[in-house]
Design a protein around this ligand. Structure first.
Ligand SMILES: Cc1cc2nc3c(=O)[nH]c(=O)nc-3n(C[C@H](O)[C@H](O)[C@H](O)COP(=O)(O)OP(=O)(O)OC[C@H]3O[C@@H](n4cnc5c(N)ncnc54)[C@H](O)[C@@H]3O)c2cc1C
Length: 384
């Protein structure tokens, strides 16, 4: 089922696009995603297909050849991708999140140069905030920028970077050496082809194994001064505003996974018989299905509301944090129930819910843990 509460809220063209993505995801991505989970390659095998479908430029303005989708359409597409391939959903979502912040904050001519090429898989984007000592506390980053002739030189290490093995452009949060505290944090777009930038793949992930995750080592990497996004000292605000919208994408990833879990539960509960009856006729199984359906619907409505705020140009942090908190926690509960409904069969990899249960786990962690979403919501509600 679609993310949109009422399909009539979308234009015919938008609906055609979403339906085409759903068909592509079910027919092409689903079998591949199962192979990626088994360690056979990653989403980057099929990035050319993603590019041809326009999925790399979903939120890029039309002036630069993008689809300029409203955020509700974008969220619907991430939902559809995730219900067949959670790994593809996050790969596309991170790339789009970086593209969106460049569209709104990058200075010219950098903005035009990067966005014109954003649909080319050679120009993948990544978001490089986290470090060993800076996760929830993003302001604790230690990667250092030193002024150099014509720009800056960056040294440090970024952890957990999605798309990091292949990305060309890294939106990177750094600390400017010898700057006053309020002017120290800066966001730069770093070219992954620069000398001194090395990548190490993260192995052994619980889920979303088709999504590539890397540690990025920066050793005196040059970045031109016009690659600064926002002003000096605005780096944290640039990254957090990007996450504010990005979190809706992760919420939509979670709702897509939850939808797949619910579908699997319903199908299995009709087929599987115990005590001479389909298990779906037992009240305990029915309750798990009913609770999951209600929670999924509530998650979709929160995502829709937050995406609508983006489209109206008035996204408040509360709406995106509520959507992310609720959708990701609900999706984890739904995945748990999906395994429960499948009994022992749900515990082996042959059954899809086993993978979905692992894939969904990360959604309450990245782009801000559930604890951080609660903190944001409470902070916004209690501020004087
Ligand atoms: C697969 C994967 C992909 C990722 N991709 C990216 C990426 O592309 N770019 C990027 O920059 N990062 C990425 N991350 C990093 C991710 O965003 C962080 O893991 C996340 O923000 C949490 O940070 P941390 O792991 O350092 O945990 P910590 O911040 O150390 O948190 C540990 C625990 O303490 C809790 N906690 C921390 N502070 C508070 C507080 N004030 N109040 C209450 N509880 C608190 C947390 O909620 C958590 O439960 C990725 C992570 C994973 C696993």
């Amino acid at each position: 089922m679609a993310l949109a509460p009422l399909e009539s809220e979308l234009t015919d063209d938008q609906q055609v696009l979403i339906d085409a993505v759903r068909e592509y995801a079910r027919n092409e991505l689903l079998p591949l995603d199962r192979q990626w989970d088994a360690g056979e390659s990653t989403v980057f095998d099929i990035v050319q297909q993603l590019a041809e479908m326009g999925l790399l430029t979903l939120v890029v303005p039309e002036d630069f050849g993008g689809l300029a989708c409203p955020y509700r359409v974008y969220a619907s597409i991430i939902h559809e991708l995730a219900s067949s391939s959670p790994s593809t959903a996050v790969t596309v979502a991170v790339h789009c999140m970086v593209g969106k912040i460049l569209a709104s904050r990058a200075p010219e001519p950098l903005r035009s140069e990067l966005l014109k090429g954003w649909g080319d898989p050679e120009n993948f984007g990544a978001f490089a905030l986290s470090e060993a000592g800076a996760g929830s506390d993003a302001a604790a980053v230690k990667t250092e920028a030193v002024e150099a002739d014509g720009g800056f030189r960056l040294t440090g290490e970024k952890m957990w970077i999605s798309n990091g093995m292949r990305a060309r452009w890294f939106l990177t949060l750094v600390r400017l050496k010898d700057a006053p505290t309020d002017g120290a944090l800066c966001a730069f777009v770093v070219d992954g082809r620069e000398k001194g930038l090395e990548r190490t793949q993260v192995h052994g992930k619980m889920g979303i194994r088709g999504s590539e995750t890397a540690v990025i080592h920066l050793d005196n990497v040059f970045v031109p001064k016009d690659h600064l996004i926002g002003e000096r000292g605005e780096g944290l605000q640039v990254c957090l505003s990007s996450l504010n919208e990005g979190r809706i994408g992760i919420a939509a990833q979670a709702s897509g996974i939850a939808e797949a879990c619910l579908d699997e539960m319903v199908t299995y509960s009709r087929q599987r018989k115990q005590f001479g009856k389909p298990i779906g006729t037992f009240p305990a199984i029915g309750e798990m299905i009913a609770d999951s359906a209600v929670e999924l619907e509530a998650a979709k409505l929160l995502i829709w509301r937050a995406a609508t705020e983006v489209d109206q140009g008035k996204l408040a942090p509360t709406a995106s944090s509520m959507a992310k908190l609720y959708a990701t926690e609900a999706a984890n509960r739904i995945a748990y129930r999906a395994v429960q409904v499948h009994g022992g069969s749900g515990y082996v990899n042959e059954c899809r819910v086993e993978q979905l249960y692992r894939d969904v786990r990360v959604t309450t962690l990245y782009e801000g843990t559930s604890e951080i979403q609660r903190y944001v919501i409470a902070r916004e509600l209690t501020k004087a």
